[in-house]
Write a protein that binds this ligand. Sequence first.
Ligand code: HEC
Ligand code: HEC
Length: 214
Amino acid sequence: MRRTAGHAAAGQLARRPARAPGRTRAAARPAAAAVLALFLSGLPVAAEPLAEPCAACHGARGVSAMPNVPSLAGQPADHLILQMILFREGIRSVPAMAGQLSGRSDAALARIAAFYAALPPAPPPDRGVRDPALAARGAALSARMNCGSCHLPDYSGRANAPRLAGQREDFLAHTLREYRDNLRIGADTQMNGLMYGVSDADIAALAHYLAHRD
Ligand code: HEC
Ligand code: HEC
């Protein structure tokens, strides 16, 4: 792949050691952490003018009501910054996102990322009915394929690994097929390797299960 400044920057981001989950302290005070999270999620998030053009597709509060457009609310800021750099540099090339971020500085991207990361995640307004059999099949696959090891057991995401819980089912299925078919290549090829040879039916089950996690 052509190496660009952005690609190098994205590589650096990807190689940056993931923040320690801080298990010991968080585990010692789960109640305090839960109360803090509840408090923070109730606070109004200041509007971000840089994100105004994004609302048409990603939703005013980062929850997408548009097929194949991902929700951004509650995504880890690291994931958002990295993906925005990949779009800006044309490394992740998607017609809908082309030009949306061109000319934006890294500092501007960091502000946009902080805005969406602070918004409370929520399922899309048009989420369909949960099919228990399909969800169970997805859960079994996810356990076998260790999806929770990077995306966290509750699929809330961490560092460069995005939040999957409550994401749009159509986007999840679409993007997992793209990883499998090497049409989406991120800052690393972990997801491509993992999805290699996975059937459309298994992808549908994974997407259904994850979309119905809250
Ligand atoms: C015309 C619709 C449209 C607009 C406007 C738009 N996006 Fe997107 N965005 C998309 C689509 C579609 C995708 C999914 C692309 C894919 O299939 O890989 C996407 C993906 C993303 C992602 C990747 C999320 C992930 O988890 O993979 C980020 C981050 C993002 N957009 C940020 C923005 C920002 C910031 C703006 C405004 C500056 C914006 N988008 C404006 C349609 C749009
Ligand atoms: C070894 C760590 C690891 C494992 C295991 C893993 N992922 Fe990922 N996943 C990542 C990283 C890192 C990314 C971001 C990659 C990129 O830049 O495109 C990602 C991206 C994704 C995305 C894109 C979401 C978005 O918003 O753009 C989906 C969907 C996904 N993973 C689903 C899964 C599923 C389903 C499994 C289990 C079958 C899984 N992942 C296992 C690390 C992992």
